[in-house]
Design a protein around this ligand. Structure first.
Ligand SMILES: Nc1ncnc2c1ncn2[C@@H]1O[C@H](COP(=O)(O)OP(=O)(O)OP(=O)(O)O)[C@@H](O)[C@H]1O
Length: 322
C-alpha cells in the first residue's frame, strides 16, 4: 500500500524544505509547497519537479500540487520630468545601481517607449528578455539590476510609431513581467503627460515619484507641471533632484554655475517637497553613461552623488507607515 510517507521520500531531497504537507487518498497525491520569494518561472519549475517525482511512485494515479506564495512586497517608484533631456534616464539607471549596492533587489522598466535609453546605460551587451507564454523574464544586467526596455523588444534602430493602446499593452507586459524577488521597480517615464504616464498612474499606481529637473526657470516650470500630474493622481512625490547643476570643468576640475544654482532646492521648498540632491553637469557622467558604466557602480565623486540620492530614496521607502 502506497502511503503519504512513500511519496514524501520520493520527492527530490533539495526540495524537501519547501514541502509543507503531503496527503494521499484514493490514488491522488496532494502536495502543498511553499513558493514564497520564488519568481513565476522558478515556481512553475518547482511544481513540475514535484509532479514528476510524485507521479513516479507506484499507486499514484494523479498528483495535485498547491503552491503557497506570499506575494513579494514590491514597490514602484516612477522617475519623471516635465521636460526631455534633463537626465531622467541617467538618474534612474544610477539610482538602480546604487540601490543594488545597498542591498535592494531592483528592477528597471524603461517606459520611455519612444526614446528608450536604459539598454545603453545598463546593458550594452544587449541581452534579450525571455518569454514564458505571455510573461517576460527581465534581463539580469552586469550591475545586478533587472531590466526591461522597449529597446530589447524591437529591432535596433527601428523607429516606434505605435498607437496608444499598443503602448499601454507594452507597458503592462513589462510591469507584469516575472520580476522574481525584486522589491523595487524604478520606472523611467517619458517626459510630459502622454499615454504612458496615464496608464502608469491609473493602472499601476506607483508608490511614489522622483522628479528630475535642471536648474533653469523654464525647466522648473515644467517640473512643477509634472508634480501636478502626480499630485492629481494622488501619487506621493518623494522629492526633487537637480541635475546638471553647476559645471565641472574637465580640464581644471573647477565648478561654475552656467544655469544658476539652487533653483530646484528653492522650488522644492516652496512646493513643500523634499530636495533629494544635486548632480553637477560633468563630462565624466556623460562619457561613463555612453559606455554603459554608470558612475554609481564606482566609488567616485559622481558615484557618491547618486548614492546620496539613493540613500534619501531608501529612507523614504523605509519610513514608518502612517
Ligand atoms: N549630470 C550630467 N552631467 C553630464 N551629462 C549628463 C548629466 N546628466 C545627463 N547627462 C547626459 O545628458 C543626456 C540626456 O540625459 P538623459 O538621457 O538621462 O535625459 P532624459 O531626461 O532621460 O532624456 P529623454 O527625455 O530623452 O528621455 C545624455 O547624453 C546624458 O549622458
Amino acid at each position: 500500500m502506497t502511503s503519504a510517507d512513500d511519496i514524501r521520500q520520493a520527492l527530490p531531497p533539495e526540495l524537501s524544505s519547501m514541502v509543507r504537507s503531503v496527503r494521499f487518498a484514493d490514488g491522488v497525491a496532494t502536495i502543498i509547497a511553499d513558493a514564497g520569494g520564488l519568481g513565476r518561472s522558478a515556481a512553475a519549475q518547482l511544481q513540475k519537479e514535484l509532479e514528476t517525482a510524485a507521479s513516479a511512485v507506484p499507486g499514484v494515479a494523479e498528483v495535485r500540487v498547491g503552491l503557497m506564495a506570499d506575494k513579494p512586497k514590491r514597490r514602484i517608484v516612477a522617475v519623471g520630468s516635465g521636460k526631455g533631456g534633463v537626465g531622467k534616464s541617467t538618474l534612474t539607471a544610477n539610482l538602480a545601481v546604487a540601490l543594488v549596492g545597498m542591498g535592494r533587489k531592483v528592477g528597471v522598466v524603461d517606459a520611455d517607449i519612444y526614446g528608450p535609453s536604459q539598454v545603453m546605460l545598463l546593458d550594452p551587451a544587449r541581452g534579450r528578455p525571455r518569454a514564458e507564454g505571455k510573461t517576460l523574464i527581465p534581463v539580469e544586467c552586469e550591475f545586478g539590476v533587472r531590466l526591461l526596455s522597449m529597446a530589447q523588444l524591437i529591432e535596433g534602430g527601428k523607429a516606434i510609431a505605435w498607437r496608444g493602446p499598443m503602448v499601454g499593452q507594452a507597458l503592462t507586459q513589462m510591469m507584469e513581467a516575472d520580476w522574481g524577488d525584486a522589491d523595487l521597480i524604478l520606472v523611467d517615464l517619458p517626459p510630459g503627460t502622454g499615454d504612458v504616464q496615464l496608464t502608469m498612474l491609473q493602472k499601476f499606481k506607483p508608490d511614489g515619484a522622483v522628479i528630475v529637473t535642471t536648474p533653469q526657470d523654464l525647466a522648473l516650470i515644467d517640473a512643477t507641471r509634472a508634480i501636478d500630474l502626480f499630485s492629481q493622481a494622488q501619487i506621493p512625490v518623494v522629492g526633487i533632484v537637480e541635475n546638471m547643476a553647476g559645471y565641472i570643468c574637465p580640464h581644471c576640475g573647477e565648478g561654475s554655475d552656467p544655469f544658476g544654482r539652487g533653483g530646484a532646492e528653492a522650488a522644492a521648498r516652496a512646493l513643500g517637497h523634499a530636495f533629494l540632491g544635486r548632480v553637477p553637469l560633468d563630462m565624466a557622467i556623460r562619457v561613463a553613461s555612453d559606455t554603459g558604466q554608470p558612475p554609481a557602480a564606482n566609488d567616485s565623486e559622481q558615484g557618491r552623488n547618486f548614492a546620496g540620492i539613493a540613500q534619501k530614496l531608501t529612507e523614504w521607502l523605509d519610513r514608518p507607515a502612517g
